[in-house]
Design a protein around this ligand. Sequence first.
Ligand code: TYM
Length: 333
Amino acid sequence: APRVFSGIQPSGGLTLGNYLGAIRRFAEMQDRGGHQTIYCMVDLHAITVWQDPAALRRNTRELAAGFIASGIDPEKSILINQSQVPEHAQLGWVLNCVARMGWMKRMTQFKDKAGKHAENASLGLFGYPALMAADILIYHATHVPVGEDQKQHLELTRDIAAKFNHDYGVDFFPMTEPVIEGAATRVMSLRDGTKKMSKSDPSDASRINMTDDADAIAKKIRKAKTDPEPLPETLEGLEGRPEARNLVNIYAALSDLTAEQAMAHVGGQQFGQFKPMLADLAVEKLSPISSEMARLMQDTAEIDRILARGAERAREIAAPILARTYEIVGMVR
Ligand code: TYM
C-alpha cells in the first residue's frame, strides 16, 4: 500500500513557502485517502546548525500547531517529532555506513548552508541527507511530497536504498517517489525573485511568516519587488520576470488554480490592482491558520500528548523495519 512521509525542520517559524510547497499538500494527500500519511517535525535535522534550546522547544510545538491548523488531523495522519521515534537515528547510522562521501559532497544544500567555511560546518550537517533517507526508509514510505529544493536529497535517498539492497543482496527498501506538484513548488523571496523564500533570510520583508498578522502580510505584498510593466496576458509573457512570476504563482496556489488558469484571471493587470487583491487573498487564506495556531499554542500539554501518541503509532511501523534491517546487516540481537 502507498505510504506517504514528509518532514519540516523546526528551525524557525513557518513561511508561506513551507505552507504552499509542503504542508498544504500534506493535508491534500491525507484527505485524498487510499494511503497512510506520516508527517514529522525533524528536530534532529534542525540541530545540524546551532539552535537555542528554548527556541527549539517552542518552534517544535509551534510547528506542530501549524500542521494541525493547516488541516493535518492527528487521527488521520501520524504526526510526530523525529527525536521521539529513536528508530530514525538508529537507521540513520546504518545508512551513514551505506552513503558515500562523494555523494554527500555533491549536495547543493550542504554547499549553500556550509558556505565558504565548510571546515567549520558540523559533521551532522554533512550527513544530513543520510538521516533524511532514514526518515523515509524507516517506514518504507513510497511517496514524499516536498518543494523543489528537496529533489536532490530524494534522488540520494533512492541511491542509498539501491546500494543497501545491492550490497546485502535483498529487495528490502523501496524506491521512493518524490511528489513535487502544484503552482508553488518553489516560492521565491519577495525581495529577490531569483532567491528561494526562506526562514533563514535575514530580511523579514523577504518572506511571509504564517504568524504574520493581516497588516504585516498586506504590507509585505505591497512592498514586494516587481518590475514596472503590467502583468502580461499569458504565462509565456512572464518569462524573464521572476518577481512577477512568483506573485502569480502565489496567487495561483492560494486560489487552487494552475498558473495558466491564474493568468486568465489576472493577465493584463497593473501591480497597483493585482497586489491589493493578492494581499486580500493571502490574508483571507492565512489568518484563520495563524489564529488557530495561536489558540493551539495556549495548550502545549495537549500538543505534547498528540506527539507522544503519534510517536507510539510510528514506532509500531518503524521498530519491525529496524529489527529486520539489523538482521540483514548481521547484528546479533
Ligand atoms: P525544510 O524544513 O527546509 O522545508 C520543509 C518543506 O518546505 C518546502 N519549502 C518550500 N517549498 C516551496 N517554496 C519554498 N520557498 C520552500 N521552502 C521550503 C521544502 O521543500 C520542504 O518540503 N530536508 C527537509 C526536511 C526533511 C524531510 C525529510 C523532508 C527531513 N527529513 C524526509 C522529506 C522527507 C528540509 O530541510 O525541509
